[in-house]
Design a protein around this ligand. Structure first.
Ligand code: LMR
Length: 329
């Protein structure tokens, strides 16, 4: 009996000993849905490098890009269950979790440029939005940019009128639903992993995304026309499982937070350039036409989409919209 107890104690001591601790790193599974060579994919990789270096092998970050582990909705459930520890879903994907306010970022023409946008994400409104995740068992660590969206379609779309009747793939955001309806198109909510197939089979005729996603998902193979509308923003919240994060030793969490800060600076530095290069690559594709709306056409897009802000005021919160409008002025 005594021998048995002793064996158990030795085993417990081994589990807690620094030598064994060093051999079995804390693993952060970081799942995301886009390609590795996108702003989000590259920033995730940068976080991995910085985090592993700073923690000297005590933490390992395993990245699963391209919906390899989970698709859009599933990955949020997996995070809540602790099957993965870190994600960076687009801000358009938090509605199904019961947090509608992030959809404010989807409102067309709300942010004149990235500077205005960063005034929100790095300010009071951005921080208070991240805190809304906590009752869901999630901690929001950072905002990462992707960029402003273009429209792609299987027929020319120069003005809002050309959108009428198109089946338009969107993310699961009510603001994007309202945006699509305001243009007379029919919203089709589709997982990102299934967009290519939807466009190929005609389940959707058209969609929106920053150029980097269009390029890396090879959507140019199944779309003939791109219109550079820059009508709305696409960005991410980097989030972690709260229980996991709070269980980390304080020194490790500190190192990881510093790594995340540096990865965030990197993400927001490269996003514009990555999208500019992707748009150049798309322009060079034979059989794909890239159209820039002229001044009066731009005004038409704005006129058609401005009412969405008022329409969605109740959903995203009038106070938040007021804060955003104040911070972007
Ligand atoms: C989409 O689903 O269209 C994008 O949000 C994917 C992503 O994460 O950039």
């Amino acid at each position: 009996m005594q021998g048995k107890l002793m064996r158990r104690l030795i085993l417990a001591a081994m589990v807690l000993s620094p030598a064994v601790y060093a051999q079995s790193p804390i693993v952060i599974k970081f799942s995301h849905v886009v390609a590795a060579d996108t702003p989000k994919g590259m920033a995730a990789e940068r976080f991995k490098q910085l985090a592993e270096k700073a923690t000297r092998g005590k933490v390992r970050v395993d990245i699963y890009p391209d919906s390899k582990l989970y698709k859009d909705r599933e990955e949020l459930e997996a995070l809540q269950l602790g099957a993965v520890q870190m994600l960076a879903p687009s801000l358009a994907k938090f509605g199904p979790l019961g947090i509608k306010e992030f959809e404010a970022f989807d409102i067309p023409f709300l942010f004149p440029d990235k500077q205005a946008l960063h005034a929100v994400t790095e300010g009071r409104a951005g921080r208070s939005l991240l805190r809304k995740l906590e009752p869901k068992g999630i901690i929001g660590l950072a905002y990462w940019d992707n960029g402003f969206k273009v429209i792609s379609a299987n027929r020319p779309v120069k003005t809002p009128a050309d959108m009428r009747g198109l089946k338009f793939r969107i993310q699961a955001s009510k603001v994007l639903d309202a945006q699509t309806r305001a243009l007379g198109a029919s919203p089709q909510v589709t997982n990102f992993a299934e967009v290519y197939q939807a466009l190929k089979t005609g389940a959707a005729d058209a969609t929106e995304n920053p150029p980097s996603n269009l390029l890396t998902q090879r959507m140019f193979e199944v779309q003939k026309y791109i219109t550079v509308t820059n009508h709305g923003y696409l960005g991410y919240a980097v989030i972690v499982n709260k229980k996991f994060w709070e269980s980390l030793p304080a020194d490790i969490r500190f190192e990881l937070e510093a790594a995340m800060k540096a990865a965030t600076r990197y993400a927001n530095d490269i996003a514009q350039q990555e999208n500019d290069q992707a748009l150049d690559a798309l322009k060079a594709m034979p059989g794909l036409q890239v159209y820039y709306p002229g001044r009066s056409e731009k005004a038409e897009w704005q006129r058609a989409l401005m009412p969405v802000q008022r329409e969605m005021e109740l959903r995203v919160g009038a106070d938040l919209l007021r804060d955003i409008n104040r911070e972007t002025q």
